[in-house]
Design a binder for this molecule. Structure first.
Ligand code: HEC
Length: 364
């Protein structure tokens, strides 16, 4: 759903994104071979985008958006040095037309509109919350009625963590640096608390797994002696590891009346979404990468959920196979299929999935 989300954001944040605001592509004057005008946009896409980004947003190469350089300066750089590794490939009019193109097209305003051009549809990993809600809905596994626990947000320790450190010898300053603050050695100062004789800092931290160290007197990086986990820091030392699972574990879910809730049970060890510091939502598509841990866990969750509903599979899929296989296939695909796809299926889809059901050894 990303493209539409981006369109929506553009609509909100970037007023005036109509095409008139986007500078027209400069006419291309370059010819290669008789009459062959090569569009600088195509050239850029072919020779430069892999490093500088589709819309100049940067990547392996520098960001080109709102470049302070003049067209002449850009032309010279491209002519002499670009594409990196093959500087002869774009000289003369090739260089100047791309420079012109960069200058007119890669402005932040044009970019905020240009990037919403719908691209290939991307898949986004469901968050754990979405996954649980989805399988509950599909497999007709209602959420267990939980007795009132501390409502989210009112548990004072939830979403916060107190770092504490007592250095072996007196220190002038101690800071916490870690994956939550970009490893800044100065961003999160700690305060000396004389009563307990330790440095402390209490911080708001969303659920997640973080690595960190303490920075003593601005230069000495030490791991947290009280940390319960650590991992190599890549420099021969150890980073301390902090895992916060407040939303899940803050109030250990009481066993529902009928025993363990199968959805909770199946999804307990799905990886926690990674969330940039301060990001309010848990569905940041760009950080939701499918790791091998995800693959294994989703597979495990699928098996566990299937087992949980196996006794009522017929009821869930809505048909009794023994009677009439074709009618059963039709009911299954029409009913369950609609819930899976969240829309009516096309005739071709009905046929395709129907054939799967009728062709299978048994409906289960
Ligand atoms: C293999 C990766 C790569 C490719 C392909 C590439 N560049 Fe670069 N480009 C870089 C890197 C890295 C830098 C920064 C180092 C430098 O300036 O040499 C850079 C710098 C630049 C700069 C200077 C930016 C600035 O303001 O300092 C421009 C302009 C530029 N590239 C344009 C282009 C154009 C146009 C193309 C295609 C014809 C291209 N590049 C292809 C990697 C690449």
């Amino acid at each position: 759903m990303r493209p539409s989300a981006v369109v929506f954001l553009c609509g909100l944040l970037s007023l005036g994104c109509d095409s008139a605001d986007v500078a027209p592509a400069p006419p291309s004057s370059d010819t290669r071979g008789p009459g062959a005008t090569i569009d600088p946009a195509l050239r850029y896409a072919a020779m430069c985008a892999s490093c500088h980004g589709e819309a100049g947003e940067g990547g392996l190469g520098s960001r080109l958006v709102d470049s302070a350089r003049s067209v002449e300066q850009l032309t010279q750089i491209i002519d002499e040095r670009m594409p990196q590794g093959n500087p002869g490939a774009c000289r003369g009019t090739c260089a100047s037309s791309i420079a012109q193109y960069i200058k007119t097209r890669f402005t932040s305003q044009a970019l905020s509109c240009a990037t919403v051009a719908p691209s290939a549809r991307r898949l986004r990993l469901l968050t754990r919350r979405e996954y649980r809600a989805t399988v509950r809905d599909l497999l007709d596994l209602p959420a267990p009625s939980t007795p009132p626990t501390t409502p989210p947000g009112t548990d004072p320790s939830c979403g916060r963590h107190r770092f504490a450190y007592s250095p072996p010898s007196a220190a002038r300053s101690v800071h916490v640096a870690g994956s939550f603050n970009g490893w800044s050695p100065t961003a999160w100062p700690m305060t000396w608390v004389e009563g307990v004789r330790e440095w402390q800092s209490e911080r708001e931290l969303p659920d997640g797994t973080y690595q960190y160290k303490f920075v003593v007197d601005g230069s000495q990086w030490v791991s947290d002696p009280r940390a319960t986990a650590s991992m190599p820091d890549g420099f021969g030392g150890q980073n301390s590891v902090l895992t916060l699972r407040c939303a899940d574990a803050g109030a250990p879910a009481p066993a529902p009346p009928g025993g363990v809730d199968p959805v909770e049970e199946a999804t307990r060890s799905l990886p926690v979404e990674s969330r940039p510091q301060g990001f309010a939502f848990d569905d940041n598509a760009d950080t939701a990468l499918v790791t091998s841990v995800h693959v294994n866990e989703y597979l495990r969750a699928g098996r566990s959920l299937t087992a949980a509903v196996s006794s009522r599979l017929r009821a869930v899929v809505g048909c009794e196979a023994s009677a009439d296989r074709a009618a059963c296939a039709n009911t299954l695909v029409r009913g369950f299929g609609t819930r899976v796809f969240r829309r009516a299926l096309s005739a071709a889809e009905m046929q395709r999935y129907g054939a799967l059901v009728t062709g299978a050894r048994d409906v289960d």
